[in-house]
Ligand binder design. Structure first.
Ligand code: ADP
Ligand code: MG
Length: 656
C-alpha cells in the first residue's frame, strides 16, 4: 500500500486534505472515482427547447462587437454559423477575447438557448470545433481541494503508478475485461463514452467480486467455527418478557425466538436484525443480552457514537438493576478506565456498552459470549480477530434500521441469517408529514412556533450538496442565521455540522437533549438513533436532495414517544417522488420505492452510515453483475488456498 508522499509534487498539506476525503494511500487515490462526468457533446439543435443547456460548434461570421456597461461589466456578441443555421452568440465579461475571435474561425460554445431571439447566452467558449465529445470528470471535493485539483493529482499519479487487479486472469479472459491500469486511466480521463463504459464495467465487476469474495469467505468461515452451545430454559426468558411494561409485537417475539434458537444451538450466531426506525429493535437486543447472561457469558453492545452508547447504557440499567453493567467511553479518567478494564477482564462486569473502543487492544474479556452492533458497519474478518477473548468465538447480532428489499438483502447479506421487524408497536402515532414549497416558508415558521409554544423542540436540516463540503457549510450557516433571526427572541438555537470536533458536537447534542436549546440547525450529522424526548418536529430544506430512505430515517428522529410528531419537507422539485413520504410511514415500502426510483445510491441511509458504500457499483443497476460476481467468487473460493485468500482480503479493505 503505497504512501501518498511518494507522489511527486504533493506536499504535507495536500496529503492532509486528501486524508479528509478518506484517501490515505495510492490505492485509495486511484479508486477515488468521479461521481459524475460533464459531457461536452454536440446538442441536436433540431430538438431543443427554450432555456435548454446546449453545446454547439461552428464558424464565426463576423468580428465581435463589445458593449461596455461599466468598467467591470461587458457583453460581447457575434454570429456563429453551424452549417445549418446562424445563431447570435452573447457572452459576458470576455471582452479580452475580442481580438482573438476572427471571422472564419472554428469555435465551440456552451450555454443556454434562447428560442425567441434565436440566440445563445454562452457560459463558456473554446477555440476550435468539437470534433469528438469531451468528457470532464467531476469529483467530490472539500474546502481545501477542488475537483480540478483532485483530477490533476490523480492524472499525475497514473503516469507512474500501477494498481493490483483483484480479478483472476481466467475471469479477465472470460469476460474480455480491459486491463486494470487501462481502466483506471480511462475512468479518470475518458475520451469516449464507449470506452468509459468498458472501464466502468471492469471496475464495477472487480468491486463486486471482491465484496462477494469476502461474503462467501465469511459464510464458509461461519460453518467451520464452532459456536457456543448454551442451555437456557425459555420460560426464564418468557418470565422476563411478561414483566415488560408493554407487550412485544409478533415480529419482536419471533426475532427473540430466532436469537434464542441461535444462541442455544452449537452454530455461531451471525444474524441481522432489521426493522424500521422505532420498530423496537433495542428491547430485542437487550433480551438477547439477557439470554447470554443467563448462560453465564459476558455481553457487549457496540453503538456507532458515544451519545447512543450512553443512551443504551441508561436504558439497560433501568431494565436490569441487578446486573453489573459498564460503559466504556472516551472521557473516562485513567483510573476509572483501568478499573473498568480490570472488571471486564476478571468477569465482574456482565454487560459492557460502548463504541468501537470495545474491540480496541487493551480491552480483554473474560468470556465474551455475544457481541451486538447497533446501526454500525459490519464487523469484519479483521475486527473479529481483534477481540481479546480467551479463545471463545462469540455470537454476533447486527442491527440495522435500513430495510433492504428482500432479494437484495439475501444476496448482500448472504452470509447472515435475517430477522425482520415489520410492524411498529401498536398505538404509535404516525409522523404527520407535509410537503411545502419554499415560498410557503411562512407557514412552516408558523408550525414551528406552534410546537415551540408547547415546549417542544425542532430539528432543522440544511440542504445537502454532496458535491462540496464548502457549499454544505455555507448552507447550514445561512440557514442558522435565518432561523436565529426568526426565533432568536423566542428560544436558544444550536448549530451542528460536520466540520466540528466530536467534543463540540457532543456539547451541541447535549444542549439540545437537555432542552437548553430548542431548535437544532444541522447538516445530516444528526446521529441516527438519537432520542430527544421533546423533539416533535423536523424541517428538511431542499428535501429533493435526499433519497426517500434517508428522509424516512431523518423523520424517525421525531414522534418517538406519545407526543405527536411532524415532518415538513421543503422542496420545489421532485414533489411527486417526495409525496410518497406523506402517504406512508412504512420503511420497507419506502425503501422499495427508493430502489425503483433512484437505485441503491442512498438506500443505506444518511451518507456515512452504509457498510455497503460501493465506490462505483450500484447494487440495483448492477444487480446482474452482482449475481455473476457472487457465483464467480464462490467458484474461485474453491480453487484457491486459504492463506493466499486471507492476504487478498487484507489488502483490499473496503468492507472491514
Ligand atoms: P429502534 O428499532 O429504532 O431502535 P427502539 O428500540 O428505540 O426503536 O424503540 C422505540 C421505542 O418504542 C422505545 O421507546 C421502546 O421502549 C418502545 N417500544 C419497543 N417495543 C415496544 C412494544 N412492543 N410496545 C410498545 N412500545 C415499544
Ligand atoms: Mg435503535
Amino acid at each position: 500500500m503505497k504512501d501518498l508522499a511518494q507522489i511527486k509534487g504533493i506536499g504535507i498539506n495536500t496529503i492532509k486534505y486528501l486524508n479528509d476525503l478518506g484517501i490515505y494511500n495510492i490505492e485509495d487515490l486511484l479508486s477515488y472515482y468521479p461521481f459524475r462526468y460533464d459531457v461536452y457533446e454536440k446538442t441536436d439543435m433540431n430538438h431543443v427547447n427554450d432555456g435548454d443547456h446546449i453545446v454547439i460548434d461552428g464558424v464565426c461570421e463576423n468580428n465581435p462587437n463589445v458593449y461596455y456597461f461599466n468598467k467591470k461589466l461587458n457583453k460581447m456578441s457575434f454570429r456563429l454559423n453551424t452549417g445549418k443555421k446562424i445563431y447570435n452568440i452573447t457572452i459576458f465579461n470576455r471582452a479580452y477575447l475580442k481580438n482573438k475571435i476572427k471571422p472564419a474561425m472554428g469555435l465551440t460554445i456552451i450555454g443556454k438557448y434562447d428560442a425567441q431571439h434565436n440566440s445563445i447566452v454562452a457560459s463558456n467558449l473554446e477555440f476550435g470545433l468539437l470534433l469528438k465529445p469531451k468528457i470532464v470528470p467531476i469529483y467530490h471535493s472539500n474546502f481545501k481541494i477542488n475537483s480540478k485539483k483532485i483530477h490533476q493529482i490523480i492524472s499525475k499519479t497514473l503516469e507512474s503508478a500501477s494498481a493490483y487487479d483483484y480479478i483472476p486472469d481466467y475471469l479477465n479472459k472470460e469476460y474480455k475485461f480491459i486491463d486494470k491500469n487501462k481502466a483506471l486511466k480511462i475512468i479518470h480521463n475518458p475520451s469516449s463514452l464507449k470506452e468509459l463504459k468498458q472501464a466502468q464495467n471492469k471496475l464495477k465487476y472487480e468491486e463486486l467480486f471482491v465484496f462477494m469474495l469476502k461474503m462467501n469467505y465469511l459464510k464458509s468461515n461461519n460453518k467451520i467455527n464452532l459456536g457456543l452451545k448454551r442451555a437456557v430454559d425459555f420460560t426464564l426468558v418468557q418470565n422476563f418478557i411478561n414483566l415488560l411494561p408493554f407487550k412485544l409485537t409478533a415480529d419482536q417475539l419471533k426475532a427473540v425466538k430466532d436469537i434464542y434458537y441461535d444462541l442455544t444451538s452449537s452454530k455461531q450466531m451471525n444474524r441481522l436484525l432489521q426493522g424500521d426506525v422505532g420498530s423496537g429493535k433495542t428491547i430485542v437486543s437487550f433480551i438477547a443480552l439477557y439470554i447470554n447472561y443467563l448462560s453465564g457469558y459476558q455481553g457487549a453492545l457496540m453503538a456507532p457514537t458515544e451519545i447512543l452508547a450512553i443512551q443504551h447504557y441508561n436504558n439497560i440499567q433501568k431494565l436490569f438493576p441487578n446486573l453489573k453493567i459498564g460503559l466504556l467511553k472516551g472521557k473516562l479518567k485513567v483510573k476509572e478506565r483501568e478499573e473498568l478494564l480490570k472488571h471486564i477482564s476478571d468477569g465482574t462486569i456482565d454487560i459492557i456498552i460502548g463504541t468501537h473502543a470495545l474491540i480496541s487492544d487493551d480491552v480483554v474479556y473474560k468470556n465474551l459470549g455475544l457481541v451486538i452492533t447497533d446501526e454500525q458497519h459490519r464487523f469484519g474478518v479483521s475486527q473479529r480477530g481483534n477481540l481479546k477473548n480467551k479463545g471463545i468465538v462469540p455470537d454476533i447480532l447486527y442491527m440495522s434500521a435500513t430495510p433492504i428489499p428482500r432479494t437484495y438483502a439475501l444476496t448482500l447479506y448472504g452470509d447472515m441469517d435475517i430477522s425482520s421487524i415489520k410492524t411498529v408497536p401498536k398505538g404509535r402515532k404516525e409522523v404527520k408529514t407535509y410537503l411545502k414549497k419554499s415560498q410557503e416558508i411562512k407557514d412552516v415558521l408558523f408550525l414551528m412556533l406552534n410546537e415551540l409554544k408547547k415546549g417542544h423542540q425542532v430539528y432543522v436540516v440544511a440542504p445537502l450538496i454532496e458535491e462540496s463540503e464548502k457549499i454544505d457549510l455555507e448552507n447550514v450557516m445561512t440557514l442558522y442565521e435565518k432561523m436565529q433571526k426568526a426565533f432568536g427572541k423566542v428560544c436558544n438555537l444550536g448549530l451542528l455540522h460536520g466540520k466540528m470536533t466530536n467534543k463540540e458536537k457532543e456539547q451541541v447534542m447535549d444542549d439540545f437533549k437537555t432542552g437548553k436549546t430548542k431548535i437544532l440547525v444541522s447538516t445530516t450529522v444528526i446521529e441516527v438513533g438519537v432520542d430527544v424526548e421533546k423533539a416533535t418536529m423536523i424541517v428538511i430544506f431542499d428535501a429533493f436532495r435526499f433519497g426517500l430512505s434517508a428522509l424516512h430515517q431523518l423523520r424517525g428522529r421525531v414522534g418517538r414517544n406519545n407526543l405527536e410528531g411532524f415532518c415538513v419537507l421543503i422542496s420545489d422539485k421532485e414533489t411527486k417522488r417526495l409525496k410518497i413520504l406523506t402517504e406512508t410511514n412504512d420503511g420497507f415500502k419506502i425503501s422499495e420505492e427508493d430502489f425503483k426510483l433512484r437505485g441503491s445510491g442512498d438506500l443505506f441511509g444518511v451518507r456515512q452510515s452504509g457498510d455497503m458504500a460501493f465506490k462505483i457499483a450500484d447494487i440495483k443497476q448492477d444487480f446482474d453483475l452482482l449475481l455473476q460476481a457472487k457465483k464467480d467468487s464462490a467458484d474461485y473460493l474453491e480453487k484457491i488456498d486459504d492463506d493466499y485468500l486471507k492476504e487478498l482480503l487484507q489488502v483490499s479493505s473496503n468492507l472491514d
